[in-house]
Design a protein around this ligand. Structure first.
Ligand code: F6P
Length: 547
């Protein structure tokens, strides 16, 4: 990788963008659309069944040309190739970054440390399929001989959010005879509430953890084990009610799960990029192996599009570049993800980890502090609910919030007139955000003068529109791969490592120091700052019995 490239903000492409920004920062989308009646078609592209309209952005052809130049000056294509070829681009952990191998067809070859990893991927997928079919058909029985009806995935972060989001997204396709729960928080309330109505004899726990050392997951797994063994009266029940998904065989064995009931993945799969690995086992049980493979095919289609398509028509590249434009030149701090589909209710939570854990970095690949903004804050929730909650601020607040609107032409549940109403709102919002309503237009409606400023919409609020046919396993795969690669594009331009997450470590270390201070029966000698010391003392005094 080119470590000696000119620092980002000193490159001609960056400087040209700064100058260009000064020229067009006040240019209104009304003007851009008035000047070019075909703008809505020209600034739109379609690939792998995904229509991407980026015309309602504060961009011109020149903007896109300069942004593409910036991508080229960052060696984006070389870096894409390096990722797909299994180079160790996660430099701080000395690891390849190969989530794309998880969805590679059987006959593809991707070499890591001299070995083709694709056969290993398919061997695990086949093992997952076999196990999923056994659970789905009732062949896999619990310790007392009862059929499994409840699946509880225990995991956190990437070992929870991906399968949870995708299970919700694809619930329409799931086996309704199965109950799926996702337990992640170390807060015991979640475990207790999730399991209180379940029969242990019919419950399978999938303990999902890349490292198998994560405090939250192991605490929940131990509670689950106690819950199960106590109810079923024998330690041997564990073999029928617990399976593990991990890269760490030793720790899985230590926990007491037979490694023949372990589903493997590899250190070249980042946690937040892992739900199409064995981490998706709960999802595969819910929707079946065929649907799961359709989802992988969707991911792969987007991977190939990303790898081979020129930047000017490359969806993840366009999405990433437009994000850079607002983040680095307009100073936008956040991006709202607004899916117009109830099933995508967990999408923004999932994308929060994907984007913020990847690109929330303050030093570049060489460890130098960056002098530009990196990853934005990701947030959002499905329309139309958001419209009645936070859209006010997007329309009339003082902050610029670029939004991604995501929708489907066809609903999964045909219940007239809902889908047309939903999509009418979708289109109306992007129109209102872009064009607003001038004071003259408001006054012409006969609005009282004192109200005019309050009812005026400045507009010029940028949006991307992403449309696909219907929400299926395949389209979900394409959508998630789109965002994975968008994060990659931005991380490449910011010259940061999108694949480590050292920022979560300090809190973990400090918590481990505080645990014995809370658990100790003797008054501990506290050596924190005066605030933390006081909080710990106060907690110890007022908590009642230690728990
Ligand atoms: O603490 C952050 C993190 O390391 C994430 O990156 C990861 O997805 C999550 O914790 C869970 O880790 P594991 O799968 O090893 O339990």
């Amino acid at each position: 990788m080119s470590v000696n490239i000119t620092p980002l903000t000193q490159r001609p492409a960056w400087k040209a963008l700064e100058e260009h920004y000064q020229k067009i920062r006040t240019l209104h989308l009304r003007t851009l659309f008035d000047e070019d009646p075909r703008r809505g078609e020209r600034f739109a592209t379609e690939a792998v069944g995904m229509y991407f309209d980026y015309s309602k952005n504060r961009i011109t052809e020149e903007t896109m040309r300069l942004l593409q130049q910036l991508a080229e000056s960052s060696g984006l294509q070389e870096r894409i190739d390096a990722m797909f070829m299994g180079e160790k681009i996660n430099v701080t952990e000395q690891r390849a970054v190969l989530h794309v191998a998880l969805r590679a067809p059987r006959d593809q070859s991707i070499i890591v440390d001299g070995e083709n990893v694709v056969p290993q991927v398919h061997a695990v997928l086949d093992k997952m399929a076999d196990f999923s079919n056994q659970v789905r058909s009732g062949t896999w029985k619990g310790y007392t001989g009862k059929r499994i009806r409840n699946i509880v995935n225990i995991g956190i972060g990437g070992s929870d959010l991906g399968p949870h989001m995708a299970y919700e997204a694809l619930k329409y396709y799931s086996d309704r005879g199965l109950v799926l729960c996702f337990v992640s928080n170390v807060d015991g309330n979640e475990f207790v509430e999730s399991t209180r109505d379940l029969d242990p004899a019919e419950t399978l726990f999938i303990v999902s953890s890349k490292t198998f050392t994560t405090q939250e997951t192991l605490t929940n797994a131990h509670s689950a084990r106690a819950w199960c063994v106590q109810a079923l009266g024998n330690e041997q029940a564990v073999a029928k009610h617990f399976v593990a998904v991990s890269t760490n065989t030793e720790e899985v064995e230590k926990f007491g799960i037979d490694t023949k009931n372990m589903f493997e993945f590899w250190d070249w799969v980042g946690g937040r990029y892992s739900y199409d690995s064995a981490i998706g086992l709960s999802l595969m049980i819910a929707i079946g192996p065929e649907r799961f493979r359709e989802m992988l095919a969707g991911f792969h289609a987007m991977d190939e599009h990303f790898r081979t398509t020129p930047f000017e028509r490359n969806l993840p590249v366009l999405l990433g570049l437009i994000g850079i434009w607002y983040n680095n030149f307009f100073g936008a701090q956040t991006v709202a993800i607004l899916p117009y589909d109830h099933y995508l209710g967990f999408l923004s939570a999932y994308l929060q980890q994907l984007d913020m854990e990847s690109n929330g970095k303050h030093v570049d690949l060489e460890g130098r502090k960056v002098d530009y903004q990196t990853g934005p804050i990701i947030w959002g929730q499905p329309g139309t609910n958001g419209q009645h909650a936070f859209y006010q601020l997007i329309h009339q607040g003082t902050k610029l919030i670029p939004c991604d609107f995501i929708g489907f032409y066809q609903p999964l549940n045909k219940l007239k007139p809902h889908h047309d109403l939903l999509m009418a709102n979708f289109f109306a919002q992007t129109e209102a955000l872009a064009f607003g309503k001038t004071a003259e237009e408001v006054a012409a409606d006969g609005v009282a003068t004192f109200q005019v400023p309050h009812r005026t919409f400045e507009g010029n609020r940028p949006t991307n529109t992403i449309l696909m046919e219907r929400l299926t396993p395949e389209t979900l795969g394409k959508l998630i791969a789109l965002y994975e690669h968008k994060v990659f594009v931005q991380g490449t331009i910011w010259h940061i490592n999108s694949f480590d997450q050292w920022g979560v470590e300090l809190g973990k270390v400090l918590a481990n120091r505080i645990i014995p201070e809370l658990e100790s029966t003797d008054e501990p000698r506290l050596t924190h700052d005066s605030s933390t010391n006081t909080l710990i003392r106060r907690y110890r005094k007022l908590r009642g019995e230690p728990s």
